[in-house]
Design a binder for this molecule. Structure first.
Ligand code: URA
Length: 204
């Protein structure tokens, strides 16, 4: 390739990257102003998502809790600290991955998301997935797994399978939620096995 073509190609890549950053910013702005369901009345702020916009791995949880609602970031409470440790166990930091939730607003008293809230909110998650185009999705917990897959099977049956999600058939794995692990630490070994599968999927 000649120097002129190389410069043109590099410029094109930079423009594409800038466009995608604008798309992320405008989506985040849209979410921050969202009033599509009643959770907008009780939230402190929306919790959009954090991490690298170039991540190969996207982790999807259920909904913000009290600390996430206060800080505007996903998984920052006790469960979030455990998620950070889980990632570390396979050599990842939170900055290596992208983390988001099914719902962008905290359900009062940490109740399960209502189906109508999920219906209003999932278009945002779908747009995040479309922008990121991750190589792999990891659903943490029953709620995320059920809504992404449209099934109600027990988590124990969904773990250990290479599933897929959405129009791009993005590979999807399922594991236990870190909040569940805080209550059932004996299952940490199973989650470690799931995380090894994540690593295999990303690097084989
Ligand atoms: N649990 C979740 O599913 N998501 C968070 O952001 C925090 C706790």
């Amino acid at each position: 390739m000649g120097i002129v073509q190389w410069r043109e190609r590099t410029a094109k890549i930079e423009v594409t990257a800038a466009t995608s950053e604008q798309d992320w910013a405008s989506l985040e702005q849209k979410v921050a102003q969202c009033q599509r369901c009643t959770l907008c009345h009780s939230r402190t702020q929306t919790v959009f998502g954090t991490g690298s916009h170039r991540a190969k791995l996207m982790i999807i949880g259920e909904a913000p809790g009290a600390q996430e609602d206060q800080q505007g970031k996903p998984f920052v409470g006790r469960a979030g600290q455990l998620l950070t440790q889980m990632l570390k166990s396979i050599g990842f930091t939170r900055e290596d991955v992208y983390i988001a939730n099914i719902l962008k607003c905290r359900p009062p008293m940490n109740r399960d998301p209502a189906p109508e809230e999920v219906a209003e909110c999932t278009p945002y998650l779908q747009q995040q997935i479309a922008l990121l185009q991750p190589q792999l999705l990891l659903a943490v917990g029953r709620i995320a797994a059920h809504y992404l897959l449209g099934v109600t099977l027990p988590l124990s049956q969904l773990r250990g399978q290479r599933l897929s999600y959405g129009p791009l058939n993005t590979p999807l794995l399922v594991t236990y939620h870190p909040a569940y692990l805080l209550r059932n630490p004996k299952d940490k070994a199973k989650v470690y096995q799931d995380l090894l599968s994540v690593k295999r999927e990303l690097y084989s």
